[in-house]
Design a protein around this ligand. Sequence first.
Ligand code: GLN
Length: 254
Amino acid sequence: MEKNFELTAVDLYPEIMNIYGDRGNIIYFKYRCSLYGIDIKTFDVSIGKGAEKECGEADIFFMGGGQDAEQALIYEDFINDKKNILTEAVEKNKIMLAVCGSYQLLCDYYKSIDGKIIKGISLFKGYTESKTPRLIGNIAVKADGFILAGFENHGGRTYLEKGQNVLGRVLKGCGNNGEDKTEGARTGNFFGTYLHGSFLPKNFAFCDYLIDTALKNKYGISLDEVVKIKDIGGIDNDFEIRARKDIRDLRKFI
Ligand code: GLN
């Protein structure tokens, strides 16, 4: 008998933290799951209390980028109302994809370009200080069996503590700070990255990895096993592959 699989995704502050269309990450995650016959329930959660139920059900959290003003708008709620939820989630091996301004708020603090200290929730050990010029351009990153492609635009320079896992190493572009060739951070299954794009549509293999991780967490079953159970033939990735190849200044890296 065919078994139904359903994952729950929560988009945090989608109407505020969505610069460069980072909402495309949850949209692509939902699309990619549909290719495998996996249902997705989504919740938008923003400023204010009362999201414990939805967040408690979440298998994966998404949070996009934002300019300094947006980060200043949400950080108190992020600390006061979401920190405990996300701390519990990371301990339960749940997944989070936090991009740029959100990634910075998962660290200890972000010092904005006008010198304001915006506290974070310290799930990644490190800090960010904004400087000029902004770090802008296409970026390629080598990360644990993936070559990740994206677009970065940030003033922030992120410096991670020794021992804090990074997402990967910069092949082309700037990454965390344009100095130490690191990009992003990882704690458990929480991922921080500077890669906009949107990130997941440009990195379908990494999206499948997140789906696989979520299925293993929730059902103890891999994506490959779901493909067999549902007798799904090969997924056509031609469009995604051509789109990646079309990023001309990353072509020799991806
Ligand atoms: N405001 C932050 C910075 O400039 C984050 C920007 C972003 O999310 N693209 O570094």
